[in-house]
Design a protein around this ligand. Sequence first.
Ligand code: PEP
Ligand code: MG
Length: 524
Amino acid sequence: MRIEGIPASAGYAEGPLFDLDRPPAAYRCKATAAEEKAALKAAIARAVSRLTSLAEPADADAAGILEFHIAMLEDDALGGPAFVSIDSGQPADAAWRAALDAEIAGYEASDQDYFRARAADLRDIRDQVLRALSEDGGIDAPAGAILYGMDIAPTRFLETDWSRGGGIALKAGSSASHVAMLARSRGVPMVVGLGVFGDDPTGVALLDAEHGDIVLSPSPADVEAFRESSSSFAARQGKAQTFLTQPAATKAGTPVRVQVNIAYPSDVGGIDIASCDGVGLMRTEFLFGKALPDEETQFHAYRKVLEWAGDKPVTIRTVDAGGDKPVPGFTVEETNPFLGLRGIRLSLARRDIFRVQIRALLRAAVHGNLKVMFPMIATTEEYSQAATLFAEEQAALATRGVAHKLPPLGIMVEVPSVAIAPEAFANVAFFSIGSNDLTQYVMAAARDNAAVANLNSVRHPAVLRLIASVAAFGQQHGIPVSLCGDAGGDPAAIPALLEAGLRDLSVAPAQLAMAKAAIADVSV
Ligand code: PEP
Ligand code: MG
């Protein structure tokens, strides 16, 4: 039986299935409410110390996630309702489960992918404490297993020894989750959105996380075809590494610029600047975490990336909050956030917050080759208002004698109105096509909904025709056009993008080698 889902981290895994949703061992109730409370307190402390020991050897991404879990557990507000229920006669395990389930339900009901993805973190925290309460050490998955379940806890991911192979197959899950991010950076195959499959499937399964499916109870022919695809993927990956250090060019020798997309300034730590042509997209909304970052924090973050890149260009995008990227204290509750107050619309509505970012960018521009672009531009008025704010803040910095520089200002082409009628934007410094959003808006198929993933294709002729017309418009008017959506790093989409006239792509760092190898295979 083959079940289709959404690829969240490319790769192949063949191995025994391991059920992630196995219930923890039973809890033995105590005699009094005071003892129940003491047991819960001790279990929370044990969970914290377990997480602390996991965080010590972990890399920066993983440590950040674990520290978030520790901070949640140490926050009395989370466990508060559980202690109240114990006072009214509940045992510790039921009280803790009910309190956390209520919290999780709130996150799961959110129509924003970011919050739904955080529900997995809360389930992880809930189960950590339940395991500590029942003194259940957990059962280890066999070597090379495919871990399957509704979702996977980040700590379960970090505890697993992936050096022995294996993969992750989720009935629900999200490619925006913390685990998906970790899986991509460590090359662990992962598929999400598979839906409910079979009652307790067992035996060996075949996980194809390049295309996003799983085969249960495979036939010998299935296994043979799977192994062929898997070794072709491994061979492509191995071959791709040899392209990493070379400038990208097609088979016919046409040079193609390949830049990288980053989110955090620390991302550059793992990238050799010699392997890319600069940063084509820095998504600054990830700096806007729990609290809004002040001017100094932003200035240092941007400066760090600019200094790392030397004279290579760094394109920093002004905050694209909203849609699937809510920022507490900034974004608003909306019934349809992808069509709401997101990107430049929100920045122009909250100019106090936008001006802080503009000042940080103007000051950082002195430290490298900065370009700035605006997300979700739909009309020329939005561009001119944003450009005017840059001019006003520049004048104010000049009056105060603060070192600064006005960078070239460009726009994301991701709203169909711009791609259809780019002529109104002939005065902008550059275009960067956001194929993730352009595709979802052209196809009316949300980028984060497994049920319509088949429609969300950058290779649909309607999307490709728009991309080609934007590339042609840029050529005619001397406006540089790049593409920074995920399609730029997708070997299956690269031939069509180059055919459409693009010669400048910006890709996730993990896709750099594969993208260059795919470019070398195209004849344009
Ligand atoms: C895009 O829409 O393609 C893009 C690069 O922006 P984001 O994925 O951050 O919306
Ligand atoms: Mg976008």
